[in-house]
Write a protein that binds this ligand. Structure first.
Ligand SMILES: [Zn+2]
Length: 141
């Protein structure tokens, strides 16, 4: 056996373990970091939430999409998902009731992240950073 044939599987394993470790660190730090630094004002109530939803949909050019938004006290991290053709749902965790989080979840919908089949690497290394940058800066990538 040559050195090359021994090293090849080790380096592949190493690359995968570095990616997985990175993703774990990123996802464990991100939610609490977002709670600390998330921009925007606190969302007062359901009426305030609906008003912000209309404004932000217009800003992102997705007025045609049917989006239902709820506050949810059973979750720690807010999320967006597709329920039907052109129909989406956003759950805002009680500890994340800020305009920044709403913008973040709406960005996922506007950029089509919820329309694609789930891919862990794309989610953590492309979609999530994009939505976070939009949340913090208002810049669309
Ligand atoms: Zn996200």
């Amino acid at each position: 056996m040559t050195n090359k044939s021994i090293l090849k599987p080790i380096s592949k394993y190493h690359a995968i373990s570095v990616l997985v470790t990175g993703a774990i660190i990123f996802t464990s730090i991100l939610p609490s970091a977002l709670n600390e630094f998330s921009k925007g004002e606190k969302i007062k109530d359901k009426t305030h939430l609906e008003t912000l939803l209309r404004q932000e949909k217009k800003k992102l050019g997705i007025e045609n999409k049917d989006i239902n938004v709820y506050f949810c006290d059973r979750i720690e991290t807010s999320s967006a998902r597709k329920i039907n053709e052109n129909s989406y749902e956003i759950k805002i965790a009680n500890n994340q009731r800020t305009t920044g989080i709403l913008d973040h979840e709406l960005y996922h919908i506007a950029d089509g992240h919820c329309d694609k089949s789930y891919n862990t690497l794309k989610y953590f290394f492309i979609y999530e950073p994009q939505a976070t940058i939009y949340e913090l800066t208002g810049i669309k990538f």
